[in-house]
Design a protein around this ligand. Structure first.
Ligand code: NDP
Length: 383
């Protein structure tokens, strides 16, 4: 039996993780389950899985959580510091599935305990970069990618020497707007943006998928997870989302990982690593799928991948600024305050506005994140 914490248990990745755990209850002992504000669902999950502690980041929801778990023996806590303390309890495996840079501090706390971190929370790695990878090395933690593309690349690199890699190719579905004109994109609504053609995901990553910022963030994520050099990382649009990514070696061999568009596959790969476990996903039926197609991304309509590549090249604090500016812009778009095409434009405005110094530790990264959010809001109000 291994111990497990799920940060972001009430979200889409959290639900997929717990669905797998539910199928092998004898294999797992739950330590911490966390949410932002959904105390009702968190309490239900904590009870079902007999977690040690349930934590809501939004302290205003703590009374509700306490009441729901009264007399059960499950500890409760609220607020961002409690989230970090819960992650610092340590577990054999911690699934980092909070959305946004809000997941960074708890993920770093889990890393400091030296266990396995199954990382879905790409914004945390994008923002912290070397601060996080250095902490992983310092504390002897193991970072296993859950993002389907990075999990695919991780699998394709097994048993191979990265010195022989010619290309790492991240596949992108292209999102719901991949064939839309600029005029159509300008009028795209939040409801249209969160309706992804292949994947069922949380609202923020669905918008990121529509803008291609998701792929941009993934490019930076790959740059940290697989340090083969930025010039060896490329992106290709693959509308069917069956090939999750590829690695081409110097001899001309390309290894790809294929699977259904279901996050339970990469999550299972990380949970069971280096073994394998069952998932309830239907076997891949390539004959029924029929065609796998690929095309070059269009960075005129979707500038996010260019901005992300430039941010990765600049390094230092710039990826954290890009991420924070994108989080603010996505929230504004979802709230109906800015148009879809303003998201990338606004991120670029923030990136052009100032040049913060490179962060050396977690508190530096959080300071960069905070300032970038503030500047993004100011620029938005001034526009
Ligand atoms: P969801 O929006 O579905 O869930 C987010 C989770 O984080 C919820 O548990 C939510 O709690 C919690 N949360 C939100 N804000 C905060 C906060 N400020 N502090 C603490 N907890 C918070 O997101 P997804 O599951 O879709 O995505 C999670 C991460 O995984 C993201 O980084 C995403 O990019 C990545 N990812 C997701 C994939 C997917 O298929 N969904 C695929 C690959 C990567 P509450 O429910 O209370 O709001």
């Amino acid at each position: 039996m291994r111990s497990l914490s799920v940060l972001g248990a009430t979200g889409s990745v959290g639900a997929s993780t717990l669905d797998l755990v539910r199928r092998e209850p004898e294999a797992w002992r739950l330590v911490a389950l966390t949410a932002h504000s959904n105390a009702t669902e968190l309490a239900r999950l904590a009870l079902e899985f007999s977690a040690e502690i349930a934590v809501v980041a939004d302290e205003a929801r703590l009374p509700e959580l306490r009441e729901a778990l009264a007399g059960t023996g499950i500890a409760t806590a609220g607020g961002p510091a409690a989230l970090v303390e819960a992650a610092a309890r340590g577990a054999d495996v911690t699934v980092a599935a909070i959305v946004g840079c809000a997941g960074l501090a708890p993920t770093m706390a889990a890393i400091e305990q030296g266990g396995v971190i199954a990382l879905a929370n790409k914004e945390a790695l994008v923002s912290a970069g070397e601060v996080m990878t250095a902490a992983v090395a310092r504390h002897g933690a193991t970072l296993l990618p859950v993002d389907s593309e990075h999990n695919a690349i991780f699998q394709c690199l097994q048993g191979n020497n990265t010195a022989h890699v010619r290309w790492i190719t991240l596949t992108a579905s292209g999102g719901p707007f991949r064939d839309w004109s600029w005029e159509q994109l300008s009028a795209a609504t939040p409801a249209q943006a969160i309706k992804h053609p292949n994947w069922d995901m949380g609202a923020k990553i669905s918008v990121d998928s529509a803008t291609m910022f998701n792929k941009g963030l993934e490019l930076i994520e790959a740059h940290h997870l697989f340090p083969v050099g930025l010039d060896r990382l490329r992106i290709i649009v693959h509308p069917q989302s069956i090939v999750h990514s590829m690695v081409e070696y110097r001899d001309g061999s390309t290894l790809a990982q294929l699977g259904p568009s279901d996050m339970r596959v990469p999550i299972a790969s990380a949970l069971a690593y280096p073994e394998r476990m069952d998932t309830p996903c239907a076997p891949l039926d390539l004959a029924a799928i029929g065609e796998l197609t690929f095309r070059t991304p269009d960075e005129d309509r979707f500038p996010a991948t260019r901005l992300a590549r430039e941010a990765a090249q600049a390094g230092g604090a710039i990826p954290a600024v890009l991420n924070a500016a994108n989080e603010v812009a996505v929230a504004a778009f979802l709230a109906g305050q800015i148009s879809f095409t303003r998201i990338a434009a606004q991120v670029e405005d923030v990136l052009n506005a100032y040049m913060p110094v490179a962060p050396a530790c977690l508190s530096d990264v959080l300071a960069v994140d905070g300032e970038a959010r503030e500047r993004a809001r100011q620029l938005m109000e001034a526009a």
